[in-house]
Ligand binder design. Structure first.
Ligand code: ARG
Length: 577
């Protein structure tokens, strides 16, 4: 794509920064946000720059005077219509309508729709889903899977080399209990039909026994020691537990269209734990306390982190530190992103801090989310299991089938089912993705499947409707290629739509940078609303040749962006609903 389209807003931001630097050569601009943002209200232009207010505070002067100085010395770029000062010192900017149209044409001609190559092949590791073997997969894991996968797609689209790593909880003291329990009371039939539930049952029963019965505890411990020493029989059992668990999870991943580049569970780093802990000791970061080895992070407000338990065993923290060290050496990632529920915040803060102290150069980010309340009850660790997750997906598809039957009663059954799958799964995913992940969310079917709100079915339906307009056009005007006509923006609804369309790359970038798929969801909802007001108010097929073709091009670009945007959230867009 030509440089003129490296988004008008990106160019404007660069221009604002330059102009401020020229006007205020002595000011420290580093801390001032110089970028332009979309205006909240169109009477304040297409974009705004708020830097004058921030800079005035810095210079202890009047913000309007700062804005005035900016305006007086500004040489407008050729794509800017005018700039004005408003209120306390906002700089409001209007873009030339022809420039907007030009950018739309360039976007349409670009396979990447104007997405910048931010990553430039730099590596980002995204550690997500990461359920525990033989422990319940709970709603937290499905949220981690859906949010992590959206981040994975967003980063890939921006040119990053993403490594999606499923860091399974496949090692730890629970395996002594499970092996013993398995030998004593496994139900082989149940292991075939519902393996994860059965492993869970074995674990819970064995765990409870170990609380009451010292001999049981000792026997479990002995099994664990055997496993850790590499006893073939115990190792084989352990491997079979992982395989059983993974085969169940893979069913869910398949339904969610999620795949991983690596499945490196905790066990992968086993050999590196002792060395990692030695390193902490050598750096003077860890010391003995009541037989355990701990990193005292009190001074940094992060409590104390145990890195080796008093029984000599390593734990979640030491494993995560070893994992970072190993990933950094092997892949040199620019960033490692972890997606888990909110309850792990302290753990991540602690080991990020320790990594920094041992000199790990990698940017580490914890993306956390709150729990979601489901219709009957909150899916908590104790209640949730694979069956329940699958039941949730089944119910979503069944309910979506009702929606599809209502909107396309004459479609054949198989097709209806196939669409209902895309709509049902899309609804579940979108509910997770469209919320601010850090707020507590109550899930309702009405909201998830609403045809008229901020929901997946609404956006999928909008896409299908737009696709049908293109088809109608093609049937009515065969042989005309709308792309041979220029895009012209005459009506105000067209211009508003154009402004939304050109913001697609910025929306993807912001969603990735803030690690918030909800930014993308909000953008798509906004876009579909702008389209809808355009479609309702501007004549399409009845317009004259020229405007008609231009409108079809706007319609096509909207469809392409909705499809691409939903795909970045892992949501399918059937051509009909
Ligand atoms: N297995 C953990 C759990 O289920 C999540 C692991 C997240 N990743 C990590 N590197 N700690 O809670």
């Amino acid at each position: 794509m030509k440089n003129t389209t490296s988004s008008l807003e990106t160019q404007l931001s660069a221009w604002c920064a330059e102009t401020f630097a020229v006007c205020f050569p002595d000011a420290d601009l580093a801390a001032i946000p110089l970028a332009v943002i979309p205006s909240k209200n169109e009477q304040f232009g297409d974009c705004q720059c708020e830097a004058a207010m921030k800079l005035a505070k810095e210079l202890k002067t009047n913000p309007r005077a700062v804005a005035q100085k900016f305006i007086e010395s500004a040489v407008l770029p050729d794509f800017v219509e005018k700039i004005e000062i408003a209120g306390p010192g906002f700089i409001n900017i209007w873009l030339k309508t022809t420039a907007l149209a030009g950018q739309l044409e360039a976007m349409q001609a670009d396979k990447k729709l104007g997405l910048p190559n931010l990553g430039n092949s730099r590596t980002v590791i995204i550690d997500y889903s990461s359920p525990n073997v033989a422990k319940p997969m709970h709603i937290g894991h499905i949220r981690s899977t859906v949010i992590g996968n959206a981040l994975d797609r967003l980063y890939r689209a921006l040119g990053y080399n993403v490594i999606a790593d499923n860091h399974l909880g496949d090692w730890g003291t629970q395996f002594g209990l499970i092996i013993l329990g398995y030998r004593e009371f496994a139900d082989q039939d149940a292991l075939k039909t519902a393996p994860v539930e059965e492993l869970e049952r074995i674990y819970v029963k064995s765990y409870n026994l170990s609380k009451e019965d010292e001999t049981w505890r000792d026997r479990a411990k002995a099994e664990l020691v055997k496993l850790q020493k590499g006893d073939t029989e115990n190792l084989a059992l352990w491997k079979s537990f992982i395989e059983l668990t993974l085969s169940e999870f893979n069913r869910i991943y398949k339904r969610l269209d999620v795949s991983f580049d690596l499945y490196r569970g905790e066990s992968f780093y086993n050999d590196q734990l002792a060395g990692t802990v030695d390193l902490l000791k050598a750096k003077g970061l860890a010391s003995e306390s009541d037989g355990a080895l701990v990193c005292d992070l009190e001074a940094d407000g992060l409590n104390v982190a145990i890195v080796r338990k008093s029984d000599g065993g390593y734990n979640y923290t030491s494993t995560d530190i070893a994992t970072v060290v190993s990933r950094t050496e092997e892949f040199h990632p620019a960033e490692i992103i972890y997606v888990t529920d909110e309850r792990q915040q302290l753990h991540f803060k602690q080991f990020f801090h320790i990594c920094k102290k041992i000199g790990v150069p990698t940017k580490l980010t914890h993306v956390w989310f709150g729990l979601m309340r489901l219709p009957e009850a909150t899916f908590s660790t104790r209640e949730g299991n694979v069956i329940k997750l699958e039941a949730l997906l089944n119910e979503a598809e069944a309910r979506a089938l009702e929606v599809v039957k209502a909107s396309s009663p004459n479609m054949d059954d198989a097709k209806q089912k196939e669409i209902a799958r895309a709509v049902g799964i899309g609804a579940i995913k979108y509910t997770d993705l469209s919320q601010n992940p850090q707020s507590l969310v109550t899930f309702t079917w009405e909201k998830a499947l609403a045809m008229d709100g901020n929901s997946a079915p609404y956006l999928q339906y909008a896409y299908a409707r737009i696709a049908s307009v293109r088809d109608k056009y093609a049937a009515q005007f065969p042989g005309i290629n709308p792309d041979e006509f220029p895009i012209i923006l005459t009506e105000e609804q067209e211009r508003r739509l154009a402004l939304k369309l050109i913001r697609f790359p910025a929306a993807v970038e912001t969603a990735a940078k803030l690690h918030r798929p909800s930014v993308m969801a909000d953008y798509l909802f906004d876009l579909s609303q702008a389209y809808s007001s355009f479609y309702q108010n501007v004549p399409f097929l009845k317009a004259d040749e020229g405007p008609r073709e231009s409108r079809i091009r706007l319609c096509a670009l909207t469809a392409t962006i909705l499809k691409k945007g939903l795909a970045l959230l892992g949501i399918e867009t059937p051509e009909r609903i």
